[in-house]
Structures are given as structure tokens and as C-alpha cells.
Design a protein around this ligand. Structure first.
Ligand SMILES: Cc1ncc(COP(=O)(O)O)c(C=O)c1O
Length: 372
């Protein structure tokens, strides 16, 4: 049985999903009225969303509790405070920061800008396709360059694909779904060598999970007034995916153009949770450790079973199931695990997100039983 559950289906089913998955990521009974796809995603240990099941951290939980009484106010002060906090940490000004309703909103806005400029968008395949899909829906041409043999963004091929119409290049680093990462220095050189009409959007949703962010980020190109937008999120390391906070770092003129196209404002509870979590270094370090432990358990089982997998820097692993991914996903569902969808053209490969350490032990045992 092939089970395809997209993140978008889950987000659209959000009101029905409320309360369906416990904070530890463990399943609860699905409400009878939930649509079939959402119901399937709820039943089973959830290893499909690249979330952090340990979130929200203690500081974020306290901040949410303390702010509930003020939620009658529009969250202007909270947004300004978060912008200032991020700007200070990055050595930028608040005018270099845009808060989004998740980083998805930032990715949408960048796609919208490219379409508004009647430009073409370049990206890779497979990658996180929100920007490309949105730009395409708004009438922009999108060209996709395959990943290289290591399942990493192919920068020389991307550069060769740049045309006079190219306005935006979307790069996901580390890449979802493969988890592969380009060294920051290589990416910064690539950006610096592009024609001035091209803006590069670097999606760093997973960068702070494993990497030295200062060394590997392209934020330095923002400080240098480059044509670059950095997108980050509180949905991954910070475990706040349900509260929908992300942000962009870019030159103030780019931020202003994106801000003019915004449709929504982030919620006050999301903003205060993000601000508290940003400063909660203990929770961040503990999350990194637990995610690394889950990855070690999972990759050890894959190595033992001789299942090829990528060298991942995300909170997920992409591996060759040795059979059509849909078949494997169905078998895992039978064992109680909800995994990511297939990612063409790698039709035999599958992405597993890190749950808790205990869940990853159970998944490793299920893998061993499956291939026994
Ligand atoms: C690479 C990447 N970017 C952005 C997002 C969107 O995250 P959010 O909108 O929750 O910030 C995701 C979500 O999975 C992702 O994988």
C-alpha cells in the first residue's frame, strides 16, 4: 500500500489534528471526522515532519504561559522585540530582519517577488519546493537542476543554468530531503560570482541543528549588502513548528519589498515562545544531542543492513530502501511508523525524520525485522 501524506495536507487539516499527537510525538486516537490522509498521518509514530519532538523547550513553555493573558493585544511589541534580538545576535539591524508565519511565508514571499519581477526561478530537484511551487503558481518560469551524484546541490550546473531572465535561485542548505550540505565558504563564493540581477535565497532551516552556524551560514553576504535572502525557522531545532515562526535576513531594500507583500502577522504566543527559545541555549544543546543520538541509532541500523544513505546534516536521514518507496512506506505503516513521502526521481529512497531516542530505537528494530 502506498501512503503519501504531504506536510501541506497536515497543515490544512490543522484544526482536526489539534491534540492528535502528544508532545512526545506519540500517537493518540484519531478523531473520527479527520480526513483520511490526516487520519493516516496521526496513527503511528510520527517520523515524517522533520520536527523536534522534544519541543517546545522549558523557556518557551513558560513564556507562552506568561503571555496568554496579553493575547488580546496585537503583537507589535513582541515582533519588534524578536527582530531586535535576532538582529543583535547576527550583527545586523532590525531593518535586515523580517518575521514570517513560519519560514514558509518567507519562501512564499521570495517566490512572489521573483514572479512580480517577471523573472525565472532556478532550483534543484529534489529539494523543498515551496518557493518554486509558489513562484510557478504566480506565473514565474521555474527551472530545476538535478542534484549531483552525492545528492548535493550542483553549483557549477546551477551557475551554467543562469539566464538573463533568472531573478532568484533557491538553495536549501542542508537540503531537504537528502540532508546533504554545501560548505558555507563555497556557497558564499557562488553567490558573490553571480550577475547582479540574481538574488539567492538560502534556506537554512536545518543549519543550526548540526553545523557551526557562523562558519556555514551565508548571513555574512547579507552584512556585505549582497543579493541574498537567508531563511531560518523556529520549527526545527526549537521545536515550535505548530507556532509558525520563521524569519528572513536580507538587505533592508529586499526586506521592505517582501514586507509589502506579506498577508499575515505572526501570533503573539509564537513570537514570545521564539524569543525565549532563541535564548534557551541549554534546550538547544540538549535537542542537538538527542537528535544526534537518534541519527546514530538509525544510521547504525542502516549500515548494518547495508542500506545506502546520505551523509545527513539535518534531523532526518535519506536512505535507499531497495524497493519502491511506496511499498516500504506501507510496510512501515503496518509496523506503526508514519514516514515521509517518496521524493522522485529517487523512487526507491525514503526520508525518516528523527523522533525521540526511544522511537528511533523502535524504528531501528522495525528496520532489522523488515530486512531479516
Ligand atoms: C527546508 C525547509 N524549509 C522550510 C520549511 C518550512 O518550515 P516552517 O514554515 O515551519 O518554518 C521546511 C519544513 O519542513 C523545510 O524542510
Amino acid at each position: 500500500m502506498t501512503v503519501v501524506v504531504t506536510r501541506r495536507a497536515l497543515i490544512h487539516a490543522a484544526p482536526l489534528l489539534a491534540g492528535a499527537v502528544s508532545l512526545a510525538g506519540l500517537p493518540r486516537p484519531a478523531p473520527a471526522q479527520a480526513p483520511a490522509a490526516a487520519r493516516q498521518a496521526m496513527t503511528g509514530i510520527r517520523l515524517s515532519g522533520n520536527e523536534n519532538p522534544y519541543g517546545p523547550g522549558p523557556a518557551a513553555r513558560n513564556a507562552i504561559a506568561a503571555a496568554v493573558g496579553d493575547s488580546w493585544k496585537y503583537p507589535i511589541a513582541e515582533e519588534m522585540a524578536l527582530k531586535a534580538q535576532i538582529a543583535e545576535h547576527e550583527g545586523l539591524t532590525p531593518r535586515h530582519v523580517l518575521i514570517g508565519d513560519g519560514s514558509s511565508e518567507i519562501l512564499h514571499l521570495a517566490g512572489l517577488l521573483a514572479a512580480a519581477d517577471q523573472g525565472e526561478v532556478l532550483t534543484a530537484v529534489p529539494t523543498f519546493n515551496v518557493t518554486a511551487a509558489h513562484a510557478r503558481a504566480m506565473g514565474a518560469a521555474v527551472r530545476e537542476v538535478p542534484l549531483d551524484a552525492r545528492m548535493t546541490y550542483d553549483l557549477p550546473a546551477l551557475k551554467a543554468a543562469v539566464s538573463p531572465a533568472t531573478r532568484l535561485i533557491y538553495i536549501c542548505n542542508p537540503n531537504n530531503p537528502t540532508g546533504t550540505m554545501l560548505p558555507g565558504a563555497q556557497l558564499r563564493d557562488f553567490i558573490a560570482g553571480l550577475p547582479p540581477a540574481v538574488t539567492v535565497l538560502v534556506d537554512e532551516a536545518y543549519l543550526e541543528l548540526a553545523a557551526d552556524v557562523r562558519a556555514e551560514s551565508v548571513a555574512a553576504r547579507v552584512a556585505a549588502d549582497g543579493n541574498v535572502i537567508v531563511a531560518r525557522t523556529f520549527s526545527k531545532l526549537h521545536g515550535l513548528a505548530g507556532l509558525r515562526i520563521g524569519y528572513a535576513l536580507a538587505r533592508p531594500d529586499i526586506i521592505e519589498r517582501m514586507a509589502r507583500l506579506k498577508l499575515t502577522v505572526a501570533s503573539s504566543l509564537g513570537l514570545v515562545a521564539a524569543a525565549a527559545s532563541y535564548a534557551d541555549l541549554k534546550f538547544q544543546a540538549e535537542s542537538r544531542e538527542r537528535i544526534a543520538e537518534g541519527l546514530a541509532i538509525t544510521t547504525a541500523a542502516l549500515d548494518e543492513l547495508q542500506r545506502p544513505h546520505t551523509e545527513t546534516r539535518g534531523n532526518f536521514v535519506f536512505f535507499d530502501t531497495g524497493k519502491p518507496a511506496g511499498e516500504f512506506l506501507g510496510a512501515m505503516r503496518q509496523k506503526g511508523f508514519a514516514l515521509g513521502r517518496p521524493f522522485p526521481p529517487y523512487t526507491n529512497w525514503c526520508r525518516v525524520s528523527m523522533g525521540t531516542v526511544e522511537q528511533m530505537r523502535a524504528f531501528a528494530a522495525a528496520l532489522r525485522a523488515h530486512y531479516a
